[in-house]
Design a protein around this ligand. Structure first.
Ligand code: FNR
Length: 342
């Protein structure tokens, strides 16, 4: 199967998942204690955030998805326009299709061409050579590089990677040689505390926990073949909320993605310690169902509502949300008890 076909399959199956999703996930087990006199005035609120020497005007980003085929090139063009118009950062999908076949470069380069002044992240896996990581960054004139970890995606793929031992050392080489900050991310199964604690020694600037609760890549890979031998890997891993709680006093800056459904989930993730919050499948669904103008309107509305929630909660900045009283219930509470998290 060609790499372009695989990219198109991912989009199609991710959208089937979006339409079939129950709408519930573990963010529902996180609630703010309501303090009726905590509110501040809207003009006092800023959405600006900062991590690892990176400053963003708003704590939201379009997370890694695609590129490598004609259709996904058009998607990247629209995502880049949405990022430009709404002022959010954006990540490319994995750029290995470009390393294999440089003729698809335009399907990635469009992220920078349509968004010349925005914050753009390139994306590679943990087996990329340092040279290829540099090529990815150069092609997009990227401001940062994401390295994705996806063992639960590779495992159900007959052609998938079965050699994971080299990943830490290769991440370290890339981080030392690529010349921009490196963000290590999962693809929907979550980064544990143990994983996050290992990253600073590898030269990594931040971790995007990208947990369970939204796009499920084991399910996508199983959906690409007739016999889904690994169906028991569906819903593998920790939820995004669980990852953030697990990361409580980890020194590495943490970003959050995976199952972020609306501005309240953004506020919840920020309250649990994320410096910024990303969405992939949900933003793609809006783009493909309703068009680029609808995606621009949606991101604008999320930012407006986030500022309104901060006003109600008395948080002048996204970081101030960490001081809000938060209640954790259900299985998430049991997870915290098991992991010794207060
Ligand atoms: C992804 N994701 C992804 N991540 C990555 O690092 N490189 C990639 O190439 C891709 N490809 C990709 C394609 C599609 C169609 C989707 C929907 C997602 C994973 C993505 O960045 C994110 O980690 C997960 O999707 C979880 O977030 P959501 O979708 O639940 O918001």
């Amino acid at each position: 199967m060609s790499s372009a076909q695989r990219k198109d399959d991912h989009v199609r199956l991710a959208m089937e998942q979006q339409h079939a999703h129950s709408g519930r996930n573990q963010f529902d087990e996180v609630s703010f204690v309501h303090h009726a006199l905590a509110g501040i005035d809207r003009p006092q609120v800023s959405l600006a955030t900062e991590f690892a020497g990176i400053s963003w005007p708003v704590p939201l980003y379009i997370n890694a998805m695609t590129g490598g085929s004609a259709m996904t090139g058009r998607i990247n063009r629209d995502l880049a326009v949405a990022a430009r118009e709404s002022g959010v950062a954006i990540a490319s999908g994995s750029m290995h299709a470009y390393f294999k076949d440089p003729s698809c470069a335009d399907t990635f380069r469009v992220l920078r061409e349509e968004n010349p002044h925005g914050f753009v992240m390139a994306n590679v896996n943990a087996t990329a050579s340092v040279d290829n990581a540099r090529r990815a960054v150069d092609l997009l004139q990227a401001d940062a590089l994401q390295i994705h970890l996806n063992t639960a995606q590779e495992t159900p793929m007959p052609e998938g990677d079965r050699s994971f031992a080299s990943w830490p050392a290769q991440i370290e080489r890339i981080a030392a040689g690529v010349g921009v900050p490196v963000i290590v991310k999962e693809v929907g199964n979550g980064l544990s505390r143990q994983t996050l604690l290992a990253l600073p020694a590898l030269g990594v600037a931040a971790g995007d926990v990208s947990g369970r609760g939204g796009t499920d890549f084991a399910r996508i890979e199983n959906g690409r073949r007739e016999h889904a031998d690994y169906a028991y890997l569906h819903d593998w891993g920790q939820s995004t909320a669980a990852c953030l709680l697990d990361a409580q006093d980890v020194a590495l800056p943490v970003l959050a993605s995976g199952g972020v459904r609306h501005p309240l989930d953004v506020a919840r993730a920020l309250a649990l310690g994320a410096r910024a919050v990303g969405s992939s499948g949900g933003f793609l669904r809006t783009l493909l169902d309703d068009g680029v103008e609808a995606l621009i309107a949606k991101i604008g509305s999320w930012l407006d509502q986030l500022a309104a929630l901060q006003t109600m909660l008395g948080a002048r900045t996204p970081a101030d949300l960490m001081r809000c009283d938060v209640l954790v219930s259900g299985e998430l509470r049991a997870f915290c008890a098991d992991r010794g998290i207060d």
